[in-house]
Design a protein around this ligand. Structure first.
Ligand code: IPE
Ligand code: IPE
Ligand code: MG
Length: 263
């Protein structure tokens, strides 16, 4: 392992100290978060899983706030995967209700803070009443020019790639695309995230070492930060820690990098 010099232990600092230690000219453009651990948080308190989701929603509201205050361009939150339908119907129903509640509460602050709401995933597969609220939030905020709050709903990375391939085949058939011109950049343009930069930083809470079908294509060179903290306990301070940790990483993109060169 290479030792990095002058690497401060970010766990020791307060929110204000972390804020001032962050290099505000070197922020990740896009942070993606797998918000995991609500169920375990609730179980450890002898509460129903839904209680964990409810407190988890408060974490989400706080993280949107700090991401917007920091001036990030994009924050993607993984809220409901294509595989989460496999959960008991009452939990799925509670998650849908909480999502609508989140959107209603978030709308006021999105308007105030110039946040633009977007989604990725197969939105048409969600219940109508959820789709209506999503559409309302998009309509009400789409002209905002600050943080893009991108929420992954009924989202699966494999499904997204399949949808992209269908779009490509359709365009080739209709002669809108020459197959010889298909490269990584063109392919990216067919993904749900066509207009977004790839994530620079992926955060997963609850210590699970997997990406659970999240942004399979887009995470190619993201820095990964997996924390044991359960999502309902993940608040602004730890988000700032994650940004600072990101700034201490050396991104190489396949080159040999400065640290290796100087050895
Ligand atoms: C994340 O928490 C929320 C969703 C996946 C919707 P979990 O509900 O997965 O919590 P654990 O992983 O069971 O603790
Ligand atoms: C990933 O968490 C999906 C979301 C956070 C929405 P899961 O809890 O569903 O992932 P697995 O099943 O543990 O991989
Ligand atoms: Mg989980």
């Amino acid at each position: 392992m290479l030792k990095k010099k002058n690497k401060p232990d970010v766990r020791k600092f307060s929110k204000q100290e972390l804020w001032s230690m962050i290099d505000h000219n070197n922020l990740p453009k896009h942070v993606a978060v797998i918000m995991d651990g609500n169920g375990r948080w609730a179980r450890s308190r002898m509460l129903p899983r839904v209680a964990g989701h409810r407190v988890g929603m408060e974490s989400a509201l706080k993280i949107v706030e700090v991401a917007s205050d920091l001036g990030l361009n994009v924050l993607t939150l993984y809220a409901f995967s294509a595989e989460n339908w496999r959960r008991p119907a009452d939990e799925v129903g509670a998650l849908m209700k909480l999502l609508v509640e989140f959107l209603k509460r978030e709308l006021i602050s999105m308007k105030k803070n110039n946040i633009c709401f977007q989604t990725i995933g197969r939105i048409a597969g969600l219940p109508d009443w959820v789709q209506q609220q999503i559409k309302w939030s998009i309509d009400q905020t789409c002209k905002n020019t600050g943080l893009i709050l991108n929420v992954a709903l009924n989202y699966g990375g494999q499904q997204e790639i399949v949808d992209a391939v269908k779009g490509i085949v359709r365009d080739v058939e209709h002669k809108r695309l020459d197959i010889n011109e298909l490269d990584e950049e063109t392919f990216s343009g067919y993904l749900y995230t066509a207009d977004l930069p790839d994530p620079d930083l992926l955060i997963r809470t609850s210590g699970e070492m997997r990406i659970s079908n999240f942004l399979l294509w887009q995470l190619a060179y993201a820095e990964m930060l997996i924390t044991p903290t359960l999502w309902p306990d993940f608040r602004k301070r730890e988000f700032l820690q994650a940004i600072l940790e990101y700034q201490q990483r050396e991104r190489r993109f396949g080159t040999i990098g400065k640290l290796v060169q100087s050895k």
